[in-house]
Design a protein around this ligand. Structure first.
Ligand SMILES: *[C@@H]1O[C@H](CO)[C@@H](O)[C@H](O)[C@H]1NC(C)=O
Ligand SMILES: *[C@@H]1O[C@H](CO)[C@@H](O)[C@H](O)[C@H]1NC(C)=O
Ligand SMILES: *[C@@H]1O[C@H](CO)[C@@H](O)[C@H](O)[C@H]1NC(C)=O
Ligand SMILES: *[C@@H]1O[C@H](CO)[C@@H](O)[C@H](O)[C@H]1NC(C)=O
Ligand SMILES: *[C@@H]1O[C@H](CO)[C@@H](O)[C@H](O)[C@H]1NC(C)=O
Ligand SMILES: *[C@@H]1O[C@H](CO)[C@@H](O)[C@H](O)[C@H]1NC(C)=O
Ligand SMILES: *[C@@H]1O[C@H](CO)[C@@H](O)[C@H](O)[C@H]1NC(C)=O
Length: 571
C-alpha cells in the first residue's frame, strides 16, 4: 500500500496523468487498492435499497431519508461494505448538451458517502433507475447518441463531486442496463468506456479508483456472453459486478415454489456461479444484489438458500452484497432484523463456519411441505411429541433455551443423529387452547459451531374467510377478501382453477409438482394485509376473459391439503 500526499497541484497532475487534463485537483491522501482487495474487503455487503434510488427522489418510496445510525447498525451486524444505489434522473436542471445535475443532490450523495466511509465501510456508488428512465438503449425511440452524451455528462459531474474521496469509494456505471442482443451488449461495453473516460476526465483520485463494470442486465449469462474488457488506456482497477435472483420462482414466490434446497436446486445455483467465474478466471467478481426476502419466503427454505448461496459465492471467490429494500430484512426504524437468524446464517457462512439447518421438504413431487423451523400444532388436537429432522452438518446441539430458561435434555427434548424431539410434557406447558393461535414462543437452538437457530412453536387452525364467493365485478380492481388469520398471517400461495377443472393462469404449471400446479405469483397476482387476502385486478381480468366461474384455493402454512380456504368468483 502506498500513501500519497499531494503538496501541490503539480504533483496531483503528475499522478493523474494525461487523462485528467481538465480535472479536479485533490489535496489529501489516496491509498491505492486493487479491485480484488476491494471486493474482498467489502464482503459481505448490504444495499441501502429503495432509498437514494427511489423514483423520483429520496423518501418517495417506503424508506425515509437515510440516517447515519443505519450504518452504525450495519457495522454492528457485521457487514463490511455498502452499495449505495442512486437515481439521478429527476435531479437534472438542464437538458442537452450540458445535462447539469442539481448541486444539492450531488452534495447529498457526497454527504451519504461520507457517513458510510467514516464508519470504515467500503462503498459502491452507482447510477440506478436511470437505466430504464432515460438510458434504455433497447427502446426503438432511443437516441443512443444522446444517451451517451448524457451518461458522460452525468458521470463527469459525479466524478468531479466525488473526485477526492478516498479509495474506499468505488463506482458502478449503471444498474441492470436493459439489453437482449449482442448489439446491446456491445453498446454497454461502449458505455463502460464512456463512464471510464468521464471519471478520468473529472480527475482527482478517479484515475486510480476501483470500478465494478457491468454487462447487459447485470446478468451473469449475458455478461459472460457479451462483456468486453475496457479500453487499456484506462488504468482503473476493475471488477465485474453482476446480480443474482435465481431461481426466479423461489425468489419471487411464483407458481407455488415455496421449497428450495434439493440436490438439483443446489447444483443449478452452483453451475450458474461457476459459469461466470469460468468466463472471468482473472477478474474480481462481486454479486451486487441478491436476496431471499424474510417477508414471504418459507423460513427453513430461506435459511438453506442463504447458507448455500453465501458459501457457494465464496467457493467461486465472489463477494456478495445483500439487497434490502427496507421491508425485506432490516427494520431501520426499530433497528431490528425481521429475521435475525438470516443475518447470523449469512455472517457464519461468509466466515466459512458450518451452520446447522432445519430440514424441510425439497422434493418437487411432494404433496405437503414440512419445515423444521417450526413446531406446528393444530388447535384442538392433542399435544404429542414433535420430532423434527435437522441437518446438523457435523455440529452438535449444545442447548435449547426458551427465553432465559434452559430446557432439560431427556425430559424436555431428545436428540438423535437426525432429529430433535420436543417432548409432549414440555410442549404441554406451551401449547394450550388458551394460548391462542400464532407464534407461541421461539426456542433458541445453539450448536457447537455456526448460527443459533430459532424454532417457532406455532399453534394454528385454518383461517376463515369473511365471505366465500362473489360475482365477477363489472370492472376490475383489486379484490380484498376479508380473512381472520389463525397462525402465520399470510398465504403460502393461491391456486386458481376454472369450473371445467383447467388452470386459470399459466396453464403450463400443470406440468409442475402437486405444490405448484395452477398456483399464481405473489405481489403481481396475489397479496395480503392484516385482514385480507388480495386478488389483483389482473386476476379478475383473467376470469373475465376466460368467461368461467373460478375457484381460488388459498393455501396456508403448514402446506397440507386440508389447510386451505376456497373463494369462488362466479361469472
Ligand atoms: C475534458 O478533457 C478531455 C480531453 O481534452 C475532453 O475530451 C473532454 O471533453 C473534457 N471534458 C469536459 C467536461 O470538459
Ligand atoms: C440525438 O441526440 C443528439 C445529441 O443530443 C442530438 O444532437 C440529435 O439532434 C438527436 N437526434 C434526434 C433525432 O433527436
Ligand atoms: C461462460 O458462460 C456461459 C454462459 O453462462 C457458459 O455457457 C459457459 O460454460 C461459460 N464458460 C466457462 C468456461 O465456464
Ligand atoms: C377449538 O375448541 C374450542 C373449545 O372447544 C372451540 O370453541 C373452538 O371453536 C375450536 N376451534 C376450532 C378451530 O376447532
Ligand atoms: C425424525 O422425524 C421425522 C418427522 O417427524 C420422522 O418421520 C422420523 O422417523 C424421525 N427420525 C428419527 C431418527 O427419529
Ligand atoms: C418468533 O419469531 C418470529 C420471526 O422473527 C416472529 O414473527 C414471532 O413473533 C416470534 N414469536 C414470538 C412469540 O415472539
Ligand atoms: C377447494 O376447491 C378445490 C377445487 O375446486 C377442491 O378440490 C377442494 O376440495 C376445496 N377445498 C375446500 C376446503 O373447500
Amino acid at each position: 500500500m502506498v500513501a500519497v500526499f499531494f503538496k501541490s497541484a503539480l504533483a496531483a497532475a503528475l499522478l493523474q496523468g494525461a487523462l485528467a487534463a481538465n480535472g479536479t485537483t485533490c489535496t489529501g491522501t489516496f491509498t491505492p487498492i486493487s479491485a480484488s482487495a476491494f471486493v474482498d474487503a467489502m464482503n459481505p455487503g448490504w444495499n441501502v435499497g429503495n432509498t437514494l434510488d427511489a423514483v423520483q427522489t429520496e423518501g418517495d418510496w417506503n424508506n425515509p431519508p437515510v440516517v447515519s445510525e443505519t450504518f452504525d447498525d450495519m457495522k454492528t451486524a457485521g457487514f463490511k461494505g455498502i452499495r449505495l444505489p442512486v437515481t439521478w434522473a429527476y435531479h437534472f436542471t438542464s437538458q442537452s448538451p450540458d445535462w447539469t445535475v442539481d448541486p444539492a443532490w450531488l452534495q447529498r450523495v457526497s454527504d451519504v458517502v461520507d457517513m458510510i466511509t467514516q464508519r470504515g465501510f467500503y462503498v459502491i456508488v452507482n447510477v440506478h433507475h436511470d437505466s430504464w428512465v432515460w438510458a434504455d438503449i433497447t427502446q426503438a425511440s432511443a437516441n443512443v447518441t444522446q444517451i451517451e452524451e448524457r451518461f458522460y455528462r452525468l458521470w463527469y459531474q459525479i466524478g468531479t463531486k466525488l473526485a477526492c474521496k478516498g479509495s474506499m469509494v468505488a463506482f458502478e456505471p449503471i444498474n441492470e442496463p436493459p439489453g437482449t442482443t449482442a448489439e446491446h451488449g456491445a453498446e454497454q461495453n461502449k458505455l463502460n468506456d464512456i463512464f471510464l473516460r468521464a471519471i478520468n476526465d473529472a480527475g482527482g483520485f478517479n484515475p486510480q479508483r476501483v470500478v465494478t463494470l457491468v454487462g447487459s442486465g447485470e446478468d451473469a449469462v449475458k455478461t459472460s456472453q457479451w462483456f468486453k474488457r475496457p479500453d487499456a488506456k484506462f488504468k482503473n482497477p476493475w471488477a465485474i459486478q453482476y446480480h443474482y435472483y435465481s431461481p426466479y420462482d423461489f425468489i419471487f414466490s411464483a407458481w407455488g415454489k415455496t421449497t428450495w434446497g434439493s440436490d438439483a436446486d443446489k447444483a443449478t445455483l452452483e453451475a450458474d456461479l461457476a459459469a461466470i467465474r469460468g468466463n472471468f478466471t482473472d477478474v474480481p467478481l462481486i454479486i451486487g444484489e441478491w436476496d431471499a426476502t424474510s417477508v414471504q419466503i418459507e423460513t427453513a427454505a430461506r435459511w438453506r438458500y442463504f447458507d448455500f448461496f453465501v458459501r457457494t459465492a465464496a467457493k467461486y471467490n465472489t463477494a456478495t452484497v445483500l439487497w434490502d429494500n427496507g421491508a425485506d430484512h432490516f427494520n431501520r426504524a426499530t433497528h431490528q432484523w425481521r429475521d435475525p437468524t438470516v443475518l447470523s446464517i449469512l455472517m457464519n457462512a461468509a466466515k466459512g463456519v458450518t451452520n446447522s439447518l432445519p430440514d424441510s421438504t425439497t422434493d418437487g413431487a411432494a404433496t405437503s411441505q414440512s419445515s423444521s423451523a417450526y413446531a406446528y400444532h393444530k388447535l384442538n388436537t392433542s399435544v404429542a411429541d414433535i420430532s423434527l429432522p435437522f441437518l446438523f452438518n457435523g455440529n452438535t446441539l449444545t442447548s435449547i433455551t426458551n427465553g432465559n430458561k434452559a430446557l432439560a435434555k431427556g425430559t424436555d427434548y431428545a436428540v438423535s443423529s437426525a432429529n430433535i424431539t420436543l417432548t409432549r410434557s414440555f410442549l404441554s406447558t406451551i401449547i394450550t387452547p388458551a394460548a391462542g393461535m400464532g407464534s407461541l414462543t421461539n426456542l433458541t437452538l445453539s450448536f457447537s459451531a455456526g448460527s443459533p437457530l430459532t424454532l417457532n412453536i406455532l399453534q394454528y387452525s385454518t383461517p376463515v374467510l369473511g365471505a366465500t364467493s362473489s360475482a365477477l365485478p363489472a370492472t376490475s380492481a383489486d379484490l380484498l377478501i376479508p380473512i381472520t388469520w389463525a397462525g402465520q398471517n399470510r398465504p403460502a400461495t393461491v391456486k386458481a382453477t376454472k369450473s371445467d377443472g383447467t388452470i386459470l393462469i399459466d396453464d403450463w404449471t400443470q406440468w409442475l409438482g402437486p405444490l405448484q400446479q395452477g398456483r399464481m405469483t405473489y405481489s403481481g397476482q396475489w397479496d395480503w394485509d392484516g385482514s385480507h387476502v388480495i386478488l389483483r385486478a389482473a386476476v379478475l381480468d383473467a376470469v373475465r376473459s376466460a368467461g368461467k366461474t373460478t375457484t381460488f384455493t388459498i393455501e396456508f402454512y403448514p402446506r397440507e391439503p386440508s389447510n386451505v380456504a376456497n373463494y369462488t368468483i362466479t361469472v
